[in-house]
Ligand binder design. Structure first.
Ligand code: NAD
Ligand code: ZN
Ligand code: ZN
Length: 344
């Protein structure tokens, strides 16, 4: 094993990532070293590199939280995984394991949680140090490339749909048919839900239809809220907003049926106005949802292992990361780009 690795590093917020040769890290006690095979590129990586959110990562850092690879070294005391296992290093990099949230399977909101590619270096690198207690275990039937988008986009959209509380036969709106949304359409169908897809791009909407959406609405149309309410017989029981656009949030609340739940997942910086009277008088729930816990992860991967959900993937080498980011910002990535480390 060479002692150097290639990594894409954010040195300054809002500037191009720099491909650097770095020392391969050594796993400390209780840690593992993963040799990256593939890593998806999430819109969150773009927010991270732009310093979009109130709590910013410390510079420099390596983004990427859809990294999949083989365990190649174990630190002292590790028993949860063994060398050669194929694992994913997700956004939920680690948590304390002891607080009220960890004890109740809400480790995603643990105050001591660490985040892959944000507070810890992530998968835009040939090697990743990880916590074996929080890695995703990739089912045997899935390749590294197929699994990569599932460990953030997949688990987040699956958990978000569960959080809508919508039951089989009921309507959900998926707003934003990108990396998360194209998987949400498939999870929704696999969960027996009726899916209405909303985006601002006709190509993405046509794709949603191919993936099983019954209704599609272009949010650039004159009244997308009315169009969705009509298509869903009075509003969707559940609305999942993955669009990184504030406009989509206000619209999403309007698309929610009486007593329905609007789940916020997209993370554009800022705030959105809430029509209080409508929310109160229609008894609407508005709820945030943040990735998923480890059991959600296993379930999300399980749907793919059974062939019910499949990410649409465009492969790129690590060296293409800046052009991938530019396209993602313009909404120009059809579904998910996965960095293929065998192509270096
Ligand atoms: P993406 O860029 O792949 O997809 C975004 C999609 O939204 C695109 O298809 C785009 O055309 C569409 N869109 C843009 N404006 C819209 C509008 N006004 N109405 C409807 N659709 C619109 O992004 P992604 O990787 O799917 O991530 C989406 C968002 O989710 C990002 O903000 C990301 O940070 C966030 N995210 C949140 C979590 C979480 O745990 N809550 C996890 C992962 C990603
Ligand atoms: Zn993500
Ligand atoms: Zn905790």
């Amino acid at each position: 094993m060479s002692r150097k690795m290639q990594a894409a590093v954010v040195e300054q917020f809002g500037q191009s990532l720099v491909i650097q040769e770095l020392d391969i890290p050594t796993p400390g006690p209780g840690q593992i070293l993963v040799q990256t095979e593939a890593c998806g590129v999430c819109h969150t990586d773009l927010h991270a590199a732009h310093g979009d959110w109130p709590e910013k990562p410390s510079l420099p850092f390596i983004p990427g939280h859809e990294g999949i690879g083989r365990v190649v070294a174990l630190g002292a005391g590790v028993t949860a995984v063994k060398e050669g296992d194929r694992v994913g290093v997700p956004w939920l990099y680690s948590a304390c394991g002891h607080c009220e949230y960890c004890l109740s399977a809400w480790e995603t909101v643990c105050a001591k949680a660490q985040f892959g590619g944000y507070t810890k270096n992530g998968g835009f690198a040939e090697y990743i140090v990880a916590d074996p207690n929080y890695v995703a275990h990739v089912p045997a039937g899935l390749s590294a490339i197929e699994a990569a988008p599932l460990i953030c986009a997949g688990v987040t959209s699956y958990k978000g749909l569960k959080e809508t509380g919508a039951r089989p036969g009921q309507w959900v709106v998926v707003s934003g048919i990108g990396g998360l949304g194209h998987l949400a359409v498939q999870y929704g169908r696999a969960m027996g839900l009726r899916v209405c897809a909303v985006d601002i791009d006709d190509g993405k909407l046509a794709h949603a239809k191919r993936l099983g959406a019954e209704a599609i609405v272009n949010a650039k149309g004159s009244n997308p809220v009315a169009a969705v309410r009509q298509a869903t017989d009075g509003g969707a029981h559940g609305v999942l907003i993955t669009a990184p656009s504030l406009a989509a949030f206000k619209q999403g609340v309007g698309m929610t049926r009486r007593r329905g739940t609007c789940v916020l997942v997209g993370l554009p910086p800022g705030e959105f106005p809430t029509p209080l009277f409508d929310v109160v008088a229609s008894c609407i729930t508005i709820r945030g949802s943040f990735v998923g816990n480890r059991q959600d992860m296993a379930e999300a991967l399980g749907f793919a292992a059974e062939g019910k959900v499949k990410a649409d993937i465009e492969l790129q080498p690590l060296s293409a990361i800046n052009s991938v980011f530019e396209r993602l910002l313009r909404g120009d990535v059809p579904s998910r780009v996965v960095l293929d480390f065998s192509a270096q």
